[in-house]
Design a protein around this ligand. Structure first.
Ligand code: SF4
Ligand code: SF4
Length: 167
């Protein structure tokens, strides 16, 4: 499916048309507060008006912290945070994935963890009186999920797009 088709499908949600552009979502968004160019109202506007040609390529959609503040505050009860999940999924499908996210997903596939469990992490946990992270993870099961959901081919495509090697 092309980028435009993916976006068209997200934008076809009639619920989005209830937005009257009041901007309450922006006022409560922690990302907008620190990075004014990130504006959930404007992103929704671009979906409603169909002017979303560069929405997935500019990586802004990846900044959403999925805190649900916009969902809680929206007078029209538009599930804006869920729209951002759909936008991230669509972005992943087109290979527009920030390097950091890509590395986290690859680490998850490889080890079942989003960050490596290094001696430094173990030491820090011990200093904070936290128990050791010695839970064993069934990596085989994770890899079956990856194959079943075709995440492996999406990862390869995203890596190629970023100029990385296939795994
Ligand atoms: S708070 Fe709701 S109605 Fe207001 S701009 Fe945001 S999404 Fe639209
Ligand atoms: S869910 Fe995303 S868009 Fe909504 S307030 Fe939180 S960071 Fe902002």
């Amino acid at each position: 499916m092309s980028e435009r088709e993916l976006l068209k499908r997200i934008a076809s949600d009639k619920n989005l048309l209830k937005c009257y552009q009041c901007g309450t979502c922006v006022g409560g968004c922690p990302v907008s507060r620190t990075l004014p160019q990130y504006n959930p109202r404007k992103i929704l506007e671009s979906l409603i008006t169909g002017e979303y040609s560069d929405l997935l390529s500019d990586k802004l959609v990846w900044l959403c912290a999925y805190c649900h503040s916009c969902l809680e505050r929206c007078p029209q009860r538009i599930g804006l945070s869920h729209v951002f999940v759909e936008l991230k999924n669509a972005s992943f499908k087109t290979g527009n994935v920030p390097q950091g996210i890509l590395e986290e997903v690859m680490q998850l596939v490889k080890s079942g963890r989003t960050a490596p469990l290094t001696p430094a992490v173990e030491r820090r946990r011990s200093e904070l009186n936290l128990p050791p992270l010695n839970i064993s993870i069934d990596v085989g099961e994770i890899q079956r999920i990856v194959e079943g959901t075709h995440l492996d081919s999406l990862l390869k495509a995203a890596r190629r797009k970023r100029g990385g090697k296939d795994t």
